[in-house]
Design a protein around this ligand. Structure first.
Ligand code: NAP
Length: 528
């Protein structure tokens, strides 16, 4: 199925404190006591929520008349009262009459919204006898904790919710795959009635962030990480400050990092801050993808404009591209995919550019900037540890610059294979400590050895480092790995994985936006 809500590019102002959409951020409040609930209301306001959802079913002691009155009176934000029964995923185990009475009371006492489940809506309507206080909006909701049904079923569900008298439609489904979200966007964007449509789980995150783009009434944002009322909820802080939720509009372009796992990626922070600072109308998301071809087939409109690609999808993404840059083709992996104005996907590999240019800069630093002609890598012996995606990129990049390449890998056969491809030598990793043919070599670790949490590991002994003039490590958590620390102590110039990360990000940013990358800002963000 193709999802096709399209729009053009547009620039906007700096966005500081600006709101470009009507979508609300609702903080679900879950507390044992009314006092705690009141504390949370104030916290929600200070964090930037627009409205609070008071989950009555979480209160351990609850006296409806006095408690609801107090909560409405003191709440600094508009309210939504929800009294979710166990049979719909909540905590309330009592009878329906008491539940309906509490919700009716909330309506009479001035609640701005109440939520009633579709399964109980008919009975609740009969209970009210048509006496609905005018101010209160009734949300009729449905929750599916197992899957996201086909589009026809979702359409029927929405029609039933509307027929039950909803002022606002709400449905939440579960994402088994990120492409499930496209069906929910299709329903949201065509709804005639205000609608809240969420897809639960990490694979559904996009549905929560892009709510303003597709015309959703509200999204839920938790007060703290992990304190969620449904799986996959971001925090208010993330919505506002990481994803620039207030700035999203129907024509906002969507970018993101495709990977699995992907939630640890710092790329959204980097790109979204940069987009905001230059007024670029885009948003960059974490995209937890299982099936890369299905992802590209589903999100095929011009709105889904550019993607970074990380482990384990770099090879699969290459196969989905209509055109691939020759170097990326040789490497056999893309880490950047851009949708061209004609809709075609173009793939390239900026890992190679980022790493090699950082290493060249490091060498230029050693040579006080003088290179003569050509790359400072020309004719140098360039030792790559690792033969995976990053290893291939570094080996090809170094070869292109005229270096003599040697691959050292734990699995010798893979080293041999890569060495044959780039026209270089191969060693097993175990042989590397005693490999000292000349001074002034360059070493590039492209394995995950030394990466957090195994920060005490290193791929080569300190003694062997004396023969290298420059040591690079692709690992960027921590920034200074044991390898780099020991290399610096041995007198080598060091280049970090953060330098590589920033370098590849500059290149991607320029390809995504057509604008020069804010280099100083990228460095500052990464330093923090
Ligand atoms: P990959 O394709 O899975 O390759 C992993 C390589 O590391 C293989 O050569 C593997 O050897 C070797 N290896 C893994 N664990 C090892 C161990 N315990 N001992 C010895 N060798 C080991 O991964 P990749 O995409 O190339 O990524 C590798 C590293 O580069 C990761 O840490 C990643 O975070 C980093 N990276 C950084 C950036 C950046 O911007 N800084 C960009 C891309 C990647 P075998 O062949 O023997 O299995």
């Amino acid at each position: 199925m193709e999802f096709a809500v399209e729009s053009g590019l547009k620039t906007m102002g700096s966005g500081e404190g600006i709101r470009r959409n009507q979508a609300l951020i609702c903080a679900p409040l879950m507390a044992d006591t009314v006092d705690q609930m009141v504390d949370l209301m104030h916290k929600a306001k200070s964090k930037g929520a627009d409205i609070v959802e008071i989950r009555l079913d979480h209160l351990k002691i609850f006296n409806p008349r006095s408690d609801i009155e107090i909560m409405i009176k003191v709440c600094p934000l508009p309210t939504l009262f929800t009294y979710r029964p166990i049979w719909e995923g909540g905590q309330y185990a009592g009878d329906e009459k008491s539940r309906f009475e509490a919700l009716q009371l909330a309506m009479e006492l001035g609640a701005d919204h109440i939520d009633i489940e579709l399964k109980a809506a008919h009975e609740f309507n009969n209970f009210l006898h048509g006496n609905k206080p005018g101010k209160c909006k009734v949300i009729i909701s449905s929750h599916n904790y197992a899957s996201t049904p086909p589009i026809e079923d979702l359409g029927n569900l929405v029609a039933r919710i509307q027929a039950a008298g909803a002022d606002i439609i709400k449905f939440a489904t579960t994402a088994l795959d990120i492409t499930d979200v496209a069906r929910v966007f299709q329903i949201t964007v065509h709804s005639q009635v205000p609608i809240i449509a969420m897809v639960m789980g990490e694979r559904g995150l996009m549905s929560r962030i892009l709510c303003p783009k597709f015309g959703g009434y509200l999204t839920f944002g938790s007060l703290e990480a992990g304190q969620v009322s449904a799986p996959g909820q971001p925090t208010i802080e993330e919505l506002v400050n990481l994803y620039n939720f207030r700035l999203l509009e129907p024509d906002t372009k969507v970018f993101g990092i495709i990977g699995n796992p992907v939630s640890h990626s710092k790329s959204p922070k980097l790109y979204n801050e940069a987009f905001k600072s230059v007024g670029f109308n885009g948003v960059y998301l974490h995209l937890l993808v299982d099936d890369v071809p299905k992802f590209f087939r589903t999100y095929s409109s011009m709105d889904f404009t550019g993607f970074s690609v990380t482990i384990p999808h770099k090879e699969a993404a290459l196969a989905c591209c209509d055109e691939v840059d020759p170097v990326a083709k040789s490497i056999g992996a893309v880490n950047c995919v851009v949708r061209r104005p004609d809709g075609k996907l173009f793939g390239c590999n900026t890992d190679y550019v980022g790493a090699i240019s950082s290493i060249e800069d490091g060498l230029l630093g050693l040579q006080n900037g003088s290179t003569g002609t050509g790359s400072p890598l020309a004719r140098k012996l360039f030792v790559v540890i690792g033969a995976g995606g990053a290893g291939k990129a570094l080996a090809y990049g170094a070869k292109e610059k005229g270096a003599r390449v040697l691959i050292a890998n734990r699995t010798y056969d893979r080293a041999r294979e890569l060495a044959d491809l780039v026209g270089g030598q191969a060693l097993s990793l175990a042989e590397l400590d005693n490999f000292r043919p000349e001074k002034g070599m360059i070493l590039a670790n492209t394995t995950s050895i030394g990466m957090h949490p195994k920060v005490n590991e290193t791929p080569i002994s300190k003694e062997a480092l004396a023969n290298y003039m420059l040591v690079f490590d692709a690992v960027y958590t921590p920034k200074i790995t044991r390898l780099l620390r020991e290399a610096a102590e041995s007198g080598a110039q060091i280049v970090t994985g953060v330098d590589m990360f920033i370098g590849q990000a500059y290149e991607q940013y320029e390809r995504f936006t057509g604008l020069p990358a804010p280099k100083e800002q990228f460095k500052k963000i990464m330093e923090n």
